[in-house]
Write a protein that binds this ligand. Structure first.
Ligand SMILES: NC(=O)c1ccc[n+]([C@@H]2O[C@H](COP(=O)([O-])OP(=O)(O)OC[C@H]3O[C@@H](n4cnc5c(N)ncnc54)[C@H](O)[C@@H]3O)[C@@H](O)[C@H]2O)c1
Ligand SMILES: [Zn+2]
Length: 344
């Protein structure tokens, strides 16, 4: 281990460490419950990041993509664990991106009414977002993440060695989420090396989660909702479903849009908008909409966002920092969509 940072997620008796660094996977055996005799390792083909739980273990491989995040996969995992003899004293280790940690995390939450799980995120997005905070879920044909549980892991190991094999597009997707964190903190994250930069993102998410574990959003207390900065438009683009965008790419466009919208509403000045464009640009992420978008459709989709409380709801920058803003005029939302530009 060259450089290692530990971030504590402060959740009382469910507090847990997030270790960030090259080689931190070596800490796995020591972080598992000493009483666990067996460990079910859940991963995907092609990740190839081996972990050693230091006791009897077996690898369970799930499929790829959103279709894998299903109740069917949860049933398959639980049945395979049961046939293998995994007991409620044993543990689960999820090695992969958000698809693996969300699915294995939810299966761990319900198998024998809850088994300890350690997450070993292998994507940048997993390290700074999906594996932190205890939200687990699978999809239904009716919508994403509709069935899930809050189930905190007992530890998270962000081993940056895993990133060596991560495809470029996936890395950029993680950078989109990282760009979001720039605006949730005063720190200049971009100038930091990877390990402290990931750790800084983890710290922000961990602190927000510790303050608002179950997303008890009100209009006065932004709480966990601020983690959705840039996400209102991103979710609309994803829901429209026609665009070739990874999540972090959609978030990058959503960040620029949120900045332009905040400026349109007189909440921030053009220099601050420029800062959003600079960070997104430095990460070589898109800032313009796909060429063939239907702005009216996007406004409709944004008004149906599940975070919407009262009319069009956005997380916007402003004089008091980033906060939830309700009742945004649809005409403004539309006007700014027309203004942010289209990719060629
Ligand atoms: N629970 C949460 O709080 C939360 C937060 C954000 C996102 N998510 C969920 O996370 C999912 C997206 O996660 P993601 O972006 O990590 O995508 P992903 O899990 O689909 O991983 C992307 C691809 O990269 C591959 N891969 C992963 N690590 C690799 C490695 N080290 N080397 C080579 N290939 C590797 C995977 O097999 C997969 O094909 C979504 O389902 C989203 O809903 C959850
Ligand atoms: Zn996101």
């Amino acid at each position: 281990v060259t450089e290692e940072v530990t971030v504590e997620v402060r959740l009382g008796d469910r507090a847990y460490p997030v270790l960030v660094g090259s080689g931190v996977r070596a800490r796995l055996a020591a972080l598992l419950d000493p009483a666990a005799r067996r460990v079910a390792v859940v991963t995907q083909a092609g990740i190839g990041f081996d972990v050693d739980p230091g006791r009897e273990h077996k690898v369970f491989t799930i499929g790829h993509g959103e279709a894998t995040k299903s109740l069917g996969t949860v049933e398959d995992l639980c049945r395979a664990w049961s046939r293998w003899g995994l007991t409620r004293a044993d543990q689960v280790v999820a090695v992969g991106g958000g698809v693996v940690t969300d699915t294995a995390g939810f299966a761990a939450a319900v198998y024998h009414r809850g088994l300890g799980v350690v997450h070993v995120p292998t994507t940048l997005l997993g390290m700074v977002d999906a594996a932190i905070g205890g939200k687990t879920a699978v999809n239904l044909p009716e919508g994403k993440n509709l069935v899930g549980a809050f189930w905190q892991p007992t530890a998270v190991l962000c081993d940056t060695d895993a990133l060596a094999t991560l495809p470029e597009r996936e890395r950029r997707s993680g950078l989109g989420e990282m760009a979001k964190y720039h605006f949730l903190t005063g720190e200049d994250l971009a100038s930091q090396p990877l390990v402290p930069r990931i750790a800084a993102c983890v710290r922000i998410k961990a602190d927000v989660v510790a303050a608002d574990e179950r997303e008890n959003v009100t209009t006065d207390v932004a709480g966990r909702a601020i983690l959705n900065y840039g996400h209102t438009l991103a979710h609309a683009l994803e829901t429209a479903g026609r665009y070739d965008l990874r999540h972090g790419e959609a978030v990058a466009i959503g960040l620029v849009y949120a900045a332009e919208l905040a400026a349109d509403l007189g909440r921030i000045d053009s220099a601050r908008v420029g800062e959003h464009r600079r960070v997104v640009g430095e990460y070589e992420l898109p800032s313009a909409l796909p060429p063939d978008v239907d702005p009216a459709e996007l406004v409709t989709l944004m008004s149906r966002d599940k975070k919407a409380l009262n009319g069009l709801t956005f997380v916007l920058d402003g004089p008091d920092g980033i906060e939830v803003v309700t009742g945004v005029d649809p005409a403004a939302a539309r006007r700014v969509l027309d203004r942010i530009g289209r990719a060629p």
